[in-house]
Design a protein around this ligand. Sequence first.
Ligand SMILES: [Fe+2]
Ligand SMILES: [Fe+2]
Length: 295
Amino acid sequence: MADGGNGGSAQAIVPRKGPEFAWADLPRWWFGNDPFRTRFFDAMSLLFPEGEKFFIACVRDYRERISDPALAAQVKDFIYQEGQHGIVHTAFNNHLKAQGVAVDHILERQKDIMFGFFRKRLPKVFTLGQTAAAEHMTALMAHGFFANGMFEDADPRVRAMYAWHAVEEIEHKAVAFDVFQKVARGGYFTRVLSMLQVSLTFPLHVFLIMRHMFKIDGVKNRFGVWMKGLWWLYGPGGLYPRLMRHYLAYFKPGFHPWQHGDLDTYTRWREAYEGSGNDAVHAADTVMAATRAAA
Ligand SMILES: [Fe+2]
Ligand SMILES: [Fe+2]
C-alpha cells in the first residue's frame, strides 16, 4: 500500500545529476495511449520548473537564520535536487512545446501567480507553508506512484523520469517542513490554511492546462475522456482516494513527513540505480517488475 503509514527514518539527500532522455520519438499519448492520464502528468511536468524555483526561493528566505548545520546541509541538497528537476522537466517541456502546447504562455501565467502575486503579497511564512504543503503532495504521490503499479503501461522513459523525481522528493520531503516549523516558527493555522489553498488551486491549474492540451490533441469526445479520467483520479480505488490517508496526515497537529510512507520501493530503486551505473530506466523497470510480482 502506498501509504503504509508504517513510518520511516529520514533518508540521506543524494545530490544526483539529472538523467537525460531523448524525447523526439515519444508517442503523443505515452501513458497507455490514454489522453487523460498522459496529459495529467504532462501538465504537472509543465508546472514543475517554475514551481521548484518558487520552492527554492521560499526556503532561501530563511536560509540565513538556520543555525542547525544538519538542516543547513539538507537545504543545500534540497536546492540542488530541485534545480536538477527543473532542468530535466524543462527538457521534457520543450518536447511538449514542439507538439504545439503553449508552454511559454502557461509558464508566464504561472510566474505571475507565484512570483508576481504570492511572493509579493503574501507573508513569507505563508509562502513557505505553501512550499511545505506542495512538498507533502509531491512526496505522497511519490510514495504512491510505484507501490500500486500505476505506471505499468507508461513509456519507460517517462516512467523513469518520474521515478527519479519521486525518489528525490522522498529524500528531501521534510526539508521545507522543518524550515517552516523550526526556523520560520510557522504555526498550525498557517500550515493548514496554506495546505487547503494549495490543495484547491493546484488541481485546478492542472485541469486548465489539460483542457488546452486536449484541444491541441484534437481529442474527440472530450466529455467522455474527462469522465473516465476523473473516475481514474477520484473514483473508488482511484489515485487520490488511495493517497487520502497519507494526505490527511498533514492536518494532524503532531505531523512530521518522516512518520509516513513506505520505503521499500525507494530502497529498491536506489539499489537498482546505483548498481547499474546510474541507469534511471533500468531502476524504474526494476521497481515496476517487483511491484508486478507482488501484485
Ligand atoms: Fe522536485
Ligand atoms: Fe521537492
